[in-house]
Design a binder for this molecule. Structure first.
Ligand SMILES: Cc1cc2nc3c(=O)[nH]c(=O)nc-3n(C[C@H](O)[C@H](O)[C@H](O)COP(=O)(O)OP(=O)(O)OC[C@H]3O[C@@H](n4cnc5c(N)ncnc54)[C@H](O)[C@@H]3O)c2cc1C
Length: 500
């Protein structure tokens, strides 16, 4: 008899979600996490009294996360204190203008009207169209498995409304914005969200243009930092018998006759299980933990062809003043065309300029408990950064580059910043790769374009290894906290169906 019914590898929100749901099904589940804390990209760490979110800094589509908590016999709001930032975000445009997007669609229309009156109607049309798409996608697309072509047919058969939005799958994010907005300034203010899904506006599929709308359905920060969400999943799972082991690296899967039989950890311990669920990058899972020798030639080629998503250099700052900002998130933007050019001129060319754009997260504005009294936490989530730099290394560049970026932000976006830094940590793509063992420092595991989507993304029920299931950003529907939690519900349903 195996040691466990299920071993889950990785305690990201995907791993914790599925581990808790499977524990609720009455299975004996062991969750192994290589780092010292749960949450993966949705986590919070402490340094000198400041609490920094490692990656994610906000949630949308909270109802999807709530469905998972409901399955666990409770609700998201009973387990996690949610704070609703309003405005959703402020924008600092390249030309020095500022604007903001309040939570209410109408109040945002008024802000748009101050800059471009002719785009107010476009904003309402955009919101109407994207609301319909969002409603259909959340129930018809996110929480449905997409393992096979027949799953896809079923998806559309059960939610035929989705067919109406096929152009969003074929077209680009950029074209979706161009269809509704005439002013370059308004387009610029809504462009950075393309990187929330990991690609520039011209390369990202149009369906992600739902993001600037869906934020208006509700956007939340969890008190105590983003780790509050995975910590709640862990607490609920443990009440149902789940065992979580931190600082435990899984080196290999035990595979016999193309069936997963358990895992081998870094210290050589073999732990057996009837099923293995992976929450780690699927490319790494198949090529290293399963091993190429256990894959057919075709699967090997297929897995190798997957491209990792972009990485995002991040600077975590503890400061001893109140920064002159207006909201939880401020987007420091550049025009849409420049964002596209940045991708080719810097990201693809393996270069990284100090003149950065990105998200300025002032998380202690939402939760002052994240910093000592009178101090604040600011996180600069910068423009996409290549894993390897041309002609140099991140290690060589790190200290000087961080200083130059902080000075640039201080001069351009957050006056006084450079003079008030008490704690500063720069996480480069190389650091991120080491910290979460994420290949190439990828923040959403794999790219999120059409060749990496739906049934082209690695399947939740492995097609090549029996008894192996996938959750997390590597599988359908992709990266993002609610989306990854959908994958956990999908995997739990598949396991309930196929593994009695
Ligand atoms: C900078 C950044 C900003 C983001 N912003 C947002 C946001 O604001 N809102 C939002 O919704 N989403 C955001 N996201 C995306 C979101 O955080 C992720 O998609 C989601 O948290 C991923 O969860 P996951 O379960 O797929 O995996 P991960 O969080 O990647 O967790 C995988 C876990 O597996 C562990 N692991 C890896 N290899 C092994 C091994 N061999 N053995 C044991 N353990 C292993 C890792 O340590 C990690 O803890 C952001 C991501 C990043 C990086």
């Amino acid at each position: 008899m195996a040691d466990y019914n299920v071993i889950v590898i990785g305690a990201g929100v995907g791993g914790l979600g599925v581990a808790s749901l499977l524990s609720k099904q009455g299975r004996k589940v062991l969750l192994l996490e290589q780092s010292e804390r749960v949450g993966g990209c949705c986590s919070t760490f402490e340094k000198n009294g400041y609490y920094f979110d490692l990656g994610a800094s906000i949630i949308e589509d909270a109802q999807v996360i709530d469905w998972c908590f409901q399955r666990l016999g409770t609700s998201l709001r009973s387990e996690v204190e949610l704070i609703s930032p309003d405005p959703i975000f402020s924008v600092m445009l390249k030309d020095g203008k500022k604007m903001k997007y309040p939570l209410s669609v109408e109040a945002s229309a008024a802000e748009i009207g101050k800059i471009s009156p002719e785009d107010v109607k476009g904003w309402y049309d955009f919101c109407k169209y994207m609301k319909e798409f969002n409603d259909a996608a959340v129930s018809g697309f996110f929480v449905k498995p997409a393992n096979t072509f027949s799953d896809i047919f079923k998806m559309f058969a059960e939610t035929p409304k989705m067919l109406k939005y096929m152009s969003l799958f074929n077209g680009s994010y950029q074209n979706a914005l161009k269809k509704y907005f005439k002013s370059d300034t308004i387009r610029e203010s809504l462009s950075f969200q393309a990187f929330y899904a990991g690609l520039p506006p011209e390369l990202l599929p149009g369906l992600y243009a739902v993001i600037p709308y869906s934020e208006h359905e509700g956007i939340y920060y969890s008190k105590g930092g983003m780790i509050a969400i995975p910590a709640a999943l862990q607490r609920l799972g443990e009440k149902m018998g789940l065992t979580v082991k931190l600082n435990t690296l899984v080196k290999r899967l035990i595979i016999k006759d193309r069936r997963a039989m358990g895992v081998v950890t870094a210290d050589g311990t073999e732990i057996t299980a009837d099923l293995v669920v992976s929450d780690i990058n699927a490319k790494k899972l198949y090529l290293e933990l399963v091993g190429e020798e256990n894959l057919s030639g075709m699967v090997r080629t297929g897995v190798k062809s997957y491209e990792c998503s972009m990485s995002t250099p991040t600077i975590y700052l503890g400061v001893d003043y109140e920064p002159p900002l207006e909201s939880h998130h401020t987007l420091a933007t550049i025009p849409m065309e420049e964002m596209n050019n940045y991708w080719w001129d810097y990201y693809e060319a393996a270069r990284y300029p100090a003149e950065q754009f990105g998200i300025i997260s002032w998380t202690s504005h939402s939760d002052p408990g994240l910093a000592p009294k009178g101090h604040n936490v600011i996180i600069l989530t910068l423009g996409p950064g290549p894993y390897k730099l041309d002609g140099t290394t991140w290690e060589n560049e790190k200290a000087g580059l961080m200083d130059r970026i902080i000075k640039y932000y201080s001069q351009r976006y957050v006056p006084g910043l450079a003079e008030h830094v008490q704690v500063a940590e720069f996480s480069t793509p190389a650091d991120f790769a080491k910290r979460l063992l994420s290949p190439e420092g990828a923040i959403y595991a794999l790219r999120q374009d059409v060749p990496h989507s739906i049934c082209f993304r690695p399947a939740a029920k492995s097609k090549s290894i029996k008894g192996l299931y996938l959750v997390g950003a590597s599988t359908h529907p992709g990266g993002g906290i609610p989306v990854v939690i959908s994958s956990a519900m999908n995997a739990a349903d598949l396991i309930e169906k196929y593994e009695k």
